[in-house]
Every structure is written in C-alpha cells, then in structure tokens.
Design a protein around this ligand. Structure first.
Ligand SMILES: C[S@@+](CC[C@H](N)C(=O)[O-])C[C@H]1O[C@@H](n2cnc3c(N)ncnc32)[C@H](O)[C@@H]1O
Length: 357
C-alpha cells in the first residue's frame, strides 16, 4: 500500500456569499451589529477589539442587545428595545428556517457556514445518486438541510433534543419533509464508534464542534482533548469514494493550521488536499467594495501567512470583517514530518476541508 501525506495548501480567508436575510452592519468595541431578517441585534464578539465604523446612534437602532452575565461563554440576557416574536422566519436560497434569541447569544443561524455550502453542493452533485453525508454537532440543521436538498442521504447528530426539534421545524419550513434525513439525539463520540462497528461509511462528513459540550447523558466533550481521536474516527468512517471532510470550530485558542495539522495526522496514508482558513463575516459595504477595497481583499488572501489584519477601506469609512474564530497558526510543511512553526496571532475563522484522493 502506498502511503500519501495529505497536502496542506495556503491559508485562505473564507466569507459567505451575500444573504438577503442576514447582514453584518458593523463591529467593534467587543460587539457586532447584525440584521437577522427584519430584526437588528447587537451581540458580544470578543475578537472585535477595534473601533466601530458607524456612529453610536446607528447602533441604538438595534431591536435587541445581548448582555453576558458572568463568563465569556456563559448564559446572559437579551434586552429588548421593542417586543420581538419568539421566533421569526429567515431564508437562504431554497431553505427557510426559524431564528430565535437564545440564552447563549446564538440565534440558531450561523451565516458563516454558508461559505462552504456551494462547495458542498458541487461535491455532492458529482457523486453517485444519494451520497451519504454525516453531520456531527448539527445544531439547528441548516447544513443538514442544505446537503439533503442537493440530494444527499443525511445523518444528523446532536446531543440536544430541543436543537434537533428546532432542526425538524426548519425541515418543515423548508418543505423538505420528504428529504432523506435521519435525526439522532446522541453523543457524537458514541455515535461515531457505533457507526464504525456497524460498517456504515460516509461520502462527506461535516462537523462544527464547540469548545466544550455535553452529550445527552452528560458525556463531556472538550475540543482540545478529544478532537484528534474524533477526527481519526471520522476518517475511518469515510467511504473509499469520499469527497471530503469539513471541520470548522469556534475556538479562540485553536488555529486553522492547528486544525489542519490534526486533520493531516488523521488522514495520513490517504493523500488528498487540505485547505485551511479563516472563516469571516464581511460587512455588507465591504462585500460590495469600490476597486480599492477589492484590492485590499485580494492582497490579504495572497498574503495568507499574515491573516491577522483584515481591513477594507472605502471612501467614507473603514469596515472590518469580523473573524468568527481566533487563531494561533502553525504550519506543517509538505513531505516533512518536522513542523516549522510560524506563530502569529489571528482573530478569525477556521475551516478545513480535506479531499482524499
Ligand atoms: C451550537 S453548535 C455549533 C457551535 C459552534 N461551533 C460554537 O462553538 O459556537 C454546537 C452543538 O454541539 C452540540 N453538542 C455539544 N456536545 C455534544 C456531544 N458530546 N455530542 C453531540 N452533540 C454535542 C450542542 O448540542 C450544539 O447543538
């Protein structure tokens, strides 16, 4: 058997396409100002340590603001400027889903995930009818619904019954009740081990693990301790024709290249290509830049070892992308077992794809 070392390419900055129903309006002073459907929200964002571009008066328009109680990732409270419904509809392409204010500042929608959806669509439509897709830590199901509506047979796993119920409501809202989706309320580690014993194999695996979580029976999930083993198990679940594995994580102390290195370890022997990058949200004005701002983006992407600075300049103000993750970066060189570490501090997102050959 020939063992192939997967190739890790340059770091990329990856942003979602424009949404009609979501907009990042501004960020700074530890917060971000966003629109979800018709409602404007202000939420904490520890990465956004810069100065907001918009005047404070603009931020006052927010319908709701989230205020943390104690710890950075603990629960907090929403303060409403006007009454908001318990849930409200949002749309992206053919998908319809519900947004809600949750006690942990989330809304049930991570728009940055859509940065990978076109790639997922392309991969799945190339495969034979009904490829098998596994979605771990699936939350409210948007990536699962996306994969299902492009023809995949999806297994969705999440520890939280309410999250799976919410995902099923999204399935109904999207008119995908006939789509092939199996919903599992289970611990990811237990599920993956069981699937391996049963001989199940998947053509694409998507996972978005939190830093810390609990399975339905209190099983503890700690990303920095358990990710390597979980990735090895996921790689063992890939079919011979698998098109990829997509890993994203919101972890302020884990870099895109750290994740890429973990993935490279797990994929050792399969070859393929790994891309790693910073997953970011772009403010609307930066996503529609005049020429100069566009050049800023291009040079940033080319200068991929230094992704710490993400700035877009247009004629009236300076807007920044909000990094969805914060990273320290290390790099494993091709064809070498030695690791040359390039350390830099970056404040944004991470997304890793591997395409085994
Ligand atoms: C909110 S989502 C995606 C989170 C995102 N990456 C972040 O950190 O904000 C995390 C999901 O993982 C689920 N989860 C946490 N621990 C789990 C476990 N051990 N097994 C299965 N699902 C788990 C949670 O129920 C939740 O829906």
């Amino acid at each position: 058997m020939t063992y192939l070392q997967p190739v890790i390419g340059n770091l990329q900055v990856v942003a979602p396409p424009l949404w009609k129903d979501y907009e990042l309006l501004d960020s700074g002073d530890g917060q971000k100002f966003e629109r979800f459907g018709e409602y404007y929200l202000v939420r904490p964002e520890s990465q956004a340590i810069w100065t907001p571009a918009l005047a404070a008066g603009e931020w006052e328009r927010a319908d709701a603001r989230f205020q943390r109680s104690k710890s950075e990732d603990g629960p907090g409270q929403w303060h409403l400027r006007r009454p908001l419904p318990d849930s409200w509809p949002m749309h992206y392409h053919n998908l319809s889903f519900w947004a809600r204010l949750t006690p942990f500042k989330h809304t049930g929608v991570f728009p940055e995930h859509s940065a990978q959806w076109e790639w997922i669509r392309q991969q799945l439509t190339r495969l034979s009818p009904q490829p098998n897709v596994l979605v771990l830590f699936g939350y409210t199901g948007l990536s699962s619904l996306w994969a299902a509506q492009v023809g995949a047979r999806v297994s969705h796993v999440d520890a939280s019954k309410p999250a799976v119920r919410w995902a099923q409501e999204n399935q109904q809202a999207s008119h995908l009740l006939d789509a092939s989706i199996r919903w599992f309320v289970d611990d990811v580690g237990k599920f993956v081990a069981r699937e391996f014993r049963r001989g199940s194999r998947y053509d694409l695996i998507l996972l978005d693990p939190p830093v810390f979580g609990r399975g339905p029976k209190g099983e503890i999930w700690r990303l920095t301790e358990q990710l390597p083993a979980l990735m090895a198990q996921c790689v063992a679940l890939l079919s011979d024709d698998a098109c990829g594995l997509l890993l994203s994580a919101y972890a302020t102390n884990v870099s895109a290249l750290t994740l890429a290195n973990v993935l490279a370890d797990s994929l050792h022997g399969r070859g393929g290509e790994i891309t790693a990058g910073e997953l970011v949200l772009q403010p609307f004005a930066a996503a529609n830049p005049p020429g100069s701002a566009l050049r800023a983006l291009v040079s940033l992407v080319n200068n991929s070892h230094q992704p710490a600075l993400v700035g877009f300049v247009n004629s009236s103000c300076t807007l920044k992308c909000v990094g969805v993750r914060r990273n320290t970066i290390s790099w494993r060189s091709k064809n070498s077992s030695a690791r040359n570490r390039i350390l830099t501090s970056a404040r944004s997102g991470t997304s890793t794809t591997a395409r085994p050959r």
